[in-house]
Design a protein around this ligand. Structure first.
Ligand SMILES: [Mg+2]
Length: 253
């Protein structure tokens, strides 16, 4: 009867705002209600996270959204967090040398950029995220300097800019590689997965699910990939997409 078994959902710009605005608790509570019913009655797909956020944030969101049955993805694919057991699984391909490169890069950034007001986001293990009050400074100066240095040092990183952060991710780790791990690990069927995202990095989700939706605030590049774009932004949009997904199950599509 269910069309889907799981919904893989990005966090920033989907469940929460990109900036530091408060949670839309009314909308998130309704998503939690959906998840609680999904876990109890198995009549609808559970929504889980696939996020660039550090693992403690993702763990907290699993609790908030009443997802205690399906693993979530954190730190842009570095981690799978299993809320059933509290297990935190680092991608097994990440070795000591990779972690050394992360530390080396962090030391250099701390020395050169922290005095200029760049913050290294705490709580990440195998990636580095940087923030500055002046996003333009990050975008125009810091990002290129880091990219050049990573190339010179042969550090294995992909350096990219999000709305407010520079992300330095190991070049063989993406949200997509973690979704592949999750599918394999939990025996999921990709033809029975739905996904939600709002920026081009969520193409990694769109490529691995049978149905993909966007909230109204999604960027044009990712909207092109969507089967459905909600009329409302962020968590309100995700709620709207849950209704569309549930209606597809009822209709037997
Ligand atoms: Mg996002």
């Amino acid at each position: 009867m269910n069309r889907f078994d799981a919904i893989i959902c990005d966090n920033d710009g989907c469940l929460t705002a990109e900036d530091t605005s408060p949670f839309d608790l009314a909308a998130l509570s309704r998503i939690a209600e959906h998840n609680a019913i999904a876990a109890r009655d198995r009549d609808r797909p559970v929504l889980t996270l696939c996020s660039g956020r550090p693992i403690p944030f993702v763990e907290a969101m699993c609790r908030l959204l009443a997802n205690d049955v399906l693993p979530a993805i954190a730190e842009n694919g570095v981690w799978i967090y299993d809320p059933r057991t509290n297990a935190m699984e680092l991608d097994p391909r990440i070795n000591t040398e990779h972690l050394e490169a992360v530390h080396e890069m962090e030391r250099w950034i701390a020395a050169d950029f922290e005095p200029k007001g760049v913050d290294i986001q705490p709580g990440k293990r195998a990636s580095v995220s940087l923030w500055h009050a002046d996003t333009e400074y990050l975008r125009t100066t810091v990002c290129d300097t880091i990219r050049d240095r990573a190339e010179r040092e042969a550090w294995p990183f992909r350096v990219s800019m999000t709305w407010f952060y520079i992300n330095c991710d190991l070049n063989f780790i993406t949200k997509g590689t973690a979704i592949e791990r999750l599918i394999e690990r939990d025996g999921l069927d990709r033809t029975r997965l739905a996904g939600i995202g709002d920026t081009p990095s969520d193409v990694a989700i769109a490529e691995r699910v049978a149905w993909f939706g966007c909230p109204a605030n999604a960027s044009p590049e990712i909207r092109e990939r969507a089967d459905y774009v909600a009329s409302k932004p962020e968590a309100q949009g995700v709620l709207e997409l849950l209704n569309v997904i549930d209606a597809m199950s009822v209709a037997g599509e």
